[in-house]
Design a protein around this ligand. Structure first.
Ligand code: MOS
Length: 731
């Protein structure tokens, strides 16, 4: 089914099930601890052995020798896999570095060996006895040093509109400031883990992966085997945030270990291995220049961002939102990519916009200050309803102004004092900050299979994943709405490469795209049901477990009385996203207190107002946004991978050293969704919120700190040492 004209009224619009706040159907499994995660699948294959990964001790160089004999002689050890005995391995399409090093080492903690033993403890003990000698090479390990050699990435050329330099030079009010964001780690709860079992030349991996089809393809490619001999199963995932978009070492090494040991093998990356072995969000240096006329209308906006990655990797696309968020006739956005000998950089929740908005939305606050304008008003003054580079191309829906205005009303923005450092509550200096939220809405082809049995049970099968987002539930709601049955009559089966290929979980496209695929399959099943019952598919109504046309009415189950009905279909997209710019919008409001003596920063209140198309399940959507706001608070105040610039690795590579928010850090959070349906996004008229919720939060916190103290920090995270020597004198 192709979606190439705006959606009209369709069965989803009944909103009997869709659009209602709905508990997650997988909730009982999760809350009772019985949802089987990858490492816990004891039942799927008998006689599982344990693999333990040995990580490289250098950032760059060669393995000059590797001696596995002592490890092999250790108690319980069944096999040791290294590049020397693993056979030919190809690099995955989505991997920048190899998942098993040798003889080259491309980054610190890149896997150099897997030890397989009867028990986890035996494998771990023997892993310490693998003797590796390295020929270490010098590298460049920090962005500041690499910046000078950065180049324009060929897939991300500079974007110029009008004449930025002249317009900026001529602007009566100007800002030219540089902001930095650090390397960050996904730090999801469930570690990367896989169980591998071979049946002849066929491989099954029970794993934790956001994108099943990409993953199965990359496993086949890496191991040099036919795609149809690889099965990936990933029904429950304890968080991903982008870390599990691609196959990682646990999966490939489990497969190799199982082959070497001749029995199923399970591998998890221990927490302290994850931060350097897998991907991270790359650090950025961002220069922003904004010029306005005397009244505060933007005439020139420029955003340049530097980031680094291993050879062959890509940039952090931190300038994307600046092409679209505000008006202005003269524009420049440019990415620069340096080669860095650090672990592989890649996508983390809202790649691009998350760090880009952390910079842009401080710059907007600074500019409002220069103009003497309220920061809410300054943003509203520079709203645009069209793509600023292509005035013929409107936004499909854009309610940024309403998000800002409604948010200001609800938050009590009128109580903010424009003069920083002037509001006091006991020992606390109190301030409020605002930022726009922006994230694009991406559409991905997605397929599903829907079955109807003689009991009237509707079963959905798709390789879509649920990374904690609520996919199971919105898919069940969609099928229930389409087939006219209660939620309890729908069974959802996800995360198996034997099911039709879905959009997967990434880029906040999952909810809209995967349910649109289910919609397509249900449209086909409805036609099959009508056909079976001798009804006109155009006129048949599916309600209350029945199918009706005029006076005629049948139980839905009757259509499957003789044989189960099975329909499979995909939703694909035409060029609507070229005619219309599709994005999601919001506004973040934050109030902070900063201790007048110690500069301790505490967030006091947070509010997000979001406009993101139809909200399929307000309950799980709210959970997505409060989680993203929490992650944004972490990015503002704590999260930072500390780079050892001599040795080239992340020093704080565990959850003791990599700080993320805990409950005590997060106060009252409120989320509001504006009424919106977007007929351009899909028949669901929905968009995504899971990444929108993080975009802008960090800047809203930074702006609130400035409002509280008068101190402008442009270097994240904003830890108290960056405030302490600039704090206003104690009264
Ligand atoms: Mo997202 S960073 O595309 O999982």
């Amino acid at each position: 089914m192709k979606f190439d004209t705006p959606a009209t009224v369709n069965p989803i619009d009944r909103l009997e099930v869709v659009g209602k706040a709905t508990d997650r159907i997988d909730g009982p499994l999760k809350t009772t601890g019985t949802a089987p995660y990858a490492y816990e699948r004891h039942d799927v294959a008998a006689n599982q052995a344990y693999g333990y990964v040995v990580g490289a001790a250098i950032a760059k160089g060669r393995i000059s020798s590797i001696d596995t004999s002592v490890a092999l002689d250790s108690p319980g050890v069944l096999a040791v896999v290294t590049a020397k005995n693993a056979g030919t391995l190809t690099k995955g399409r989505f991997n920048t570095a190899h998942l098993l090093a040798g003889p080259r080492v491309e980054h610190y903690h890149q896997a150099v060996a897997l030890v397989v033993a009867e028990s986890f403890e035996q494998a771990r003990a023997a892993a310490q006895r693998v003797r590796v000698e390295y020929a270490r090479e010098s590298g460049v390990h920090d962005l500041a040093s690499a910046k000078a050699s950065a180049v324009e990435p060929k897939d991300n050329p500079d974007v110029r509109v009008g004449d930025f330099e002249s317009a900026f030079a001529a602007a009566p009010v100007q800002l030219d400031a540089t902001y930095t964001t650090p390397d960050q780690s996904h730090a999801m709860m469930e570690p990367h883990a896989s169980i591998a079992a071979w049946d002849g030349d066929a491989l099954t991996l029970w794993t934790s992966n956001q994108m099943i089809a990409w993953g199965a393809g990359d496993v086949a490619r890496t191991l040099g085997m036919p795609r149809d001999k690889v099965r990936l199963v990933s029904p429950y995932i304890g968080g991903g945030f982008g870390s599990k978009l691609f196959v990682r070492a646990d999966a490939i090494l489990a497969a190799l270990g199982a082959k070497a040991a001749g029995r199923p093998v399970k591998v998890t990356l221990a927490r302290p291995q994850i931060f350097n072995n897998t991907t991270h969000r790359p650090a950025t240096l961002q220069r922003i220049r904004i010029g306005t006329d005397a009244e505060g209308s933007i005439t020139a906006i420029g955003h340049e961002s530097w980031s680094g990655d291993l050879p062959g990797g890509g940039p952090e696309t931190a300038t994307g939102q600046t092409e679209l968020l505000y008006a202005g006739a003269n524009r420049l956005t440019a990415l620069r990519l340096a080669v860095l000998d650090l672990p592989e950089g890649n996508a983390m929740r809202a790649p691009g916009e998350a760090p880009g908005m952390m910079a842009l939305e401080i710059a907007m606050d600074e500019m409002a200050g220069k103009l003497g304008l309220d920061p809410v008003e300054f943003r509203i003054r520079n709203d645009t309803q069209v793509d600023p580079a292509n005035p013929d191309r409107p936004f499909s829906q854009r309610q940024l102004v309403k998000c800002l205005r409604d948010g200001a009303d609800r938050f009590g923005w009128d109580k903010r004092t424009a003069n920083p450092g002037t509001r006091r509550d006991g020992r606390w200096l109190v301030g409020m900050g605002v930022a726009s939220a922006f994230r694009n809405n991406l559409l991905m082809k997605s397929a599903a299979r829907v079955r109807l049995d003689a009991q009237g049970i509707v079963t959905v099968q798709t390789d879509m994943t649920d990374i904690g987002t609520g996919s199971y539930t919105v898919i069940a709601q969609t099928a229930a709405e389409m087939m006219g049955v209660p939620l309890g009559r729908v069974v959802v089966e996800l995360g198996d490469s034997r099911f039709p290929v879905s959009a997967g979980s990434g880029g906040q496209w999952g909810a809209n795209s995967s349910t649109a695929g289910v919609y397509a399959a249900c449209m086909k099943l409805r036609a099959d049901v009508a056909d079976k019952l001798g009804l006109d598919p155009e006129k048949a109504e599916f309600v209350d477990g029945r199918v009706r046309e005029g006076e005629r009415s049948h139980a839905l189950a009757d259509a499957a009385a003789d044989a189960e009905l099975v329909a499979e279909e995909a939703m694909e997209y035409g060029d609507l996203d070229k005619k219309y710019q599709q994005s999601t919008f919001g506004a973040h409001f934050v109030e902070v207190g900063v201790d007048a003596a110690t500069a301790e920063i505490r967030i006091r209140r947070m509010l997000a107002v979001c406009a993101a198309g139809r909200i399929l399940n307000p309950k799980s959507a709210r959970s997505q946004v409060i989680g993203a706001m929490t992650m944004g608070a972490g990015a503002a105040l704590m999260e930072e991978l500390a780079v050892d610039t001599r040795r080239g690795f992340f020093v704080n590579h565990d959850l003791a050293g990599y700080e993320v928010p805990v409950h005590a850090d997060i106060p009252h959070q409120e989320v509001v969704f504006l009424e919106e349906t977007d007929p351009i996004s899909s028949p669901m008229k929905a968009k995504g919120v899971g990444e929108l919720g993080i975009c802008g939060v960090g800047a809203a916190v930074a702006n609130a700190i400035h409002n509280a103290t008068g101190i402008r920090v442009r270097d994240y995270p904003i830890t108290l040492d960056k405030l302490l020597d600039k704090m206003p004198p104690l009264a």
